[in-house]
Design a binder for this molecule. Structure first.
Ligand code: ZN
Length: 290
């Protein structure tokens, strides 16, 4: 079986200190959490930006500083920037701003979904714009699917040439308005994948660990991290993102799968071999060119 790619989703835009005192909130804390998760074995770091007071933001400058903090520390993980709405704060245009950094990967939420009290909007026009922008800038879309229909929506975009195979999917399971976290639902989603696709699973709260283990067993990849779940075990808070990554590394080895390095992950996902930091610095040079 192919090596396991572990993604660490270190902060998100919904969870905060009210859920766990260990949640990284400031840019400094988010960068430190990303570095610890990478050292623990995460090949991909899924990043949301926050301001100094912890407010989620899609501001380009905030993403720039965050990426800089992480890459200048020598981290070669694939950086996967969120194009989410910063908890409903960002406009569609603001959501795409971080692509200017030419990250190796960015989230592509392939449809709208109801959360507890609000709707995460991803209408067709926005998805077309986002797909075109990612194609132009050579950013690999991580196609987040909150339900099975979103896999077919991605397949239609691929048929139109807006998403390029091999497609990489992230199944987001256990949200209030999306597909529940459970083995039968995972099997259902897998049956909908196009040939040659790669896939990973993340699940909220108590669904995280069992769905991660199923992904390891079924040959997929796994996302963990405090964005999705703040607990380590029943009523016991995780101390850090790294602690959750370390457990996945141990489980993967026990189940007979090696863990992918960032270089392995680039090969498995067919991402160009330039690390994020190099791409970022190239982008900066381009802007200064006459
Ligand atoms: Zn996220």
């Amino acid at each position: 079986m192919e090596k396991l790619i572990i993604t660490a989703a270190v902060t998100g835009s919904i969870t905060d200190r009210s859920k766990s005192p260990h949640h990284p909130m400031t840019p400094e804390e988010i960068a430190a959490a990303a570095l610890d998760a990478w050292r623990a074995g995460a090949a991909i770091i899924h990043l949301h930006a926050r301001t100094e007071d912890g407010t989620p933001t899609q501001d380009l400058q905030s993403f720039t500083e965050l990426v800089e903090r992480i890459t200048t520390a020598g981290c070669d993980a694939i950086l996967n920037l969120s194009t989410g709405s910063a908890g409903g704060r960002a406009s569609f245009e603001e959501r795409m701003a971080c692509l200017a950094l030419r990250p190796e990967m960015a989230s592509f939420d392939c449809g709208s979904v109801n959360f507890d009290t609000w709707t995460f909007l991803n209408p067709p026009g926005f998805l077309e714009d986002l797909a075109r922008r990612m194609l132009e800038l050579n950013v690999k879309p991580e196609i987040e699917c909150f339900d099975t229909g979103m896999i077919f929506a991605a397949r239609r975009l691929a048929e139109r040439g807006l998403l390029c195979p091999p497609l990489h999917f992230q199944f987001v399971m256990g949200t209030a308005g999306g597909i529940p976290a459970g083995p039968e639902h995972l099997v259902h989603m897998l049956a909908a994948l196009p040939p040659g696709a790669t896939w990973s699973v993340c699940a909220l709260g108590r669904g995280q660990l069992p769905m991660n283990v199923m992904a390891i067993m079924f040959g997929g990849h796994a996302r963990t991290g405090l964005e999705d779940n703040v607990y380590y075990s029943y009523r016991v808070l995780a101390k850090s993102n790294a602690q959750l990554v370390e457990r996945l590394v141990r489980l993967s080895h026990e189940l007979g799968r090696e863990v992918a390095s960032p270089a392995d992950a680039r090969r498995i996902l067919a991402i160009s071999t330039q690390p994020s930091g190099t791409r970022y610095r190239m982008g900066e040079r381009d802007e200064q060119a006459p």
